[in-house]
Design a protein around this ligand. Structure first.
Ligand code: NAP
Ligand code: ZN
Ligand code: ZN
Length: 347
């Protein structure tokens, strides 16, 4: 077994604290990664605070993992020691069902194995995430990262990046499309970067007036305060709205903004079920599309696309001892635009 240091949540109401546990010895197809950086996703906060129901404690969160390969199993072909590598939101799946055979393992008929707050395929080992010094993962769920990019800023691509890239591609964003991004946080700022790179005319819908300058720096063409009268003028305006709002909210205000055949891309996961007005849904034959991260092939494609276009997240690098304060700031929408833990602080 491989001993690792970590930070874990021990209950829904107590701060994260230092924790030690063991990773499994390498199987034939496993890769051992020394974690250098791990992004902090709002899903980490939702899950450590048991906002999605059952939570497994102690819970080591973290699913935006970037580091170096230390060792490989005897039958690993994709990686060698010293490679820069990354792990995202899942680490396994049934591998047999249709979604798995199509490399859309996030939609596995028997559920993907989440990187943490989940049982591994043996149904008894608790999966633990990236707020830790090392991780062991089957090579299918490990990705290559270009050494051209700043590794701390690459880490958030593993969740915030792929979660916004995948639905934008699925929706077929074309040059000149009008795309709105609701919520300028970790996911939102990546959605802006990708939509701009795909040639869209991008509008940020935000509750935070102080984010306007950043929105424009990130490439957005317009900025609208979503809790103001300005939304009224945008009814029927957009081809696509990407909903990344972490707080409880209804879908209808964003649905109203869609033009004929417009699509509401929902990636946010608040705790309370949203209200949808069916009259707004049938108007303009609108569609609501949910989307969960991205599969293994698409995740590698996204990382290669980012290397080619020089796209990374805007990050604030923090020591792990700052994590509880970082969570509080995330709740206040005070993140520019992703916290990333420098794992050297845990050594
Ligand atoms: P985040 O960095 O905290 O950003 C969320 C943004 O939502 C905030 O920056 C804020 O933007 C907006 N917001 C917050 N409170 C609001 C309120 N009361 N009213 C309106 N807007 C509010 O969170 P994130 O990491 O990007 O995650 C966003 C959501 O996506 C979370 O629910 C997360 O669990 C989910 N998620 C889903 C997937 C998936 O596979 N589908 C993957 C990862 C995360 P403004 O300041 O601009 O208003
Ligand atoms: Zn995430
Ligand atoms: Zn499957």
């Amino acid at each position: 077994m491989i001993p690792v240091k970590a930070y874990a949540a021990f209950s829904a109401t107590t701060p994260l604290q230092p924790f030690q546990f063991e990773r499994r010895e390498l199987r034939d197809h496993d890769v051992l990664i020394d974690i250098l950086f791990c992004g902090v996703c709002h899903s980490d906060l939702h899950q450590t605070r048991a906002e999605w129901g059952d939570a497994l404690y102690p819970m080591v969160p973290g699913h935006e993992i970037a580091g170096k390969v230390m060792r490989i199993g005897s039958r690993v072909t994709k990686f060698k020691a010293g490679d820069t590598a990354a792990v995202g939101v899942m680490t396994d799946s049934c591998r047999q069902c249709n979604p798995c055979k199509s490399y859309m393992e996030q939609y596995c008929a028997e559920s993907m194995t989440g990187t943490y707050n989940n049982y591994e395929r043996d149904k008894k080992t608790v999966a633990q995430g990236g707020y830790s010094t090392q991780i062991v993962c089957d090579e299918r769920w490990v990705y290559h990262v270009s050494d051209k990019l700043n590794l701390a800023a690459v880490a958030p691509l593993l969740c915030a990046g792929i979660t916004t890239y995948s639905p934008l591609k699925f929706a077929g964003v074309r040059h000149g499309d009008k795309v709105a991004v609701a919520g300028l946080g970790g996911l939102g700022h990546m959605a802006v970067k990708f939509a701009v790179a795909m040639g869209a005319e991008v509008t940020v819908l935000s509750t935070s007036p102080f984010k306007e300058r950043d929105a424009r720096r990130l490439g957005a063409h317009h900025f609208v305060l979503s809790n103001s009268g300005q939304m009224e003028k945008l009814k029927g305006h957009f081809n696509i709205v990407v909903d990344t709002i972490s707080a409880d909210h209804d879908y209808s205000p964003n649905l109203k903004l869609l033009a004929l055949h417009g699509k509401l891309l929902v990636v946010s996961l608040p705790k309370v079920d949203p209200h949808v007005d069916p009259f707004e849904l049938i108007k303009n034959r609108r569609t609501i599309i949910g989307s969960m991260i991205g599969g293994t092939v698409e995740t590698q494609e996204m990382l290669d696309y980012c290397a080619e276009k020089n796209i990374v997240a805007d990050v604030e690098v923090i020591p792990i001892q700052y994590i509880n304060e970082a969570y509080e700031r995330m709740l206040r929408s005070d993140v520019k635009y992703r916290f990333v833990i420098d794992m050297a602080s845990l050594q």
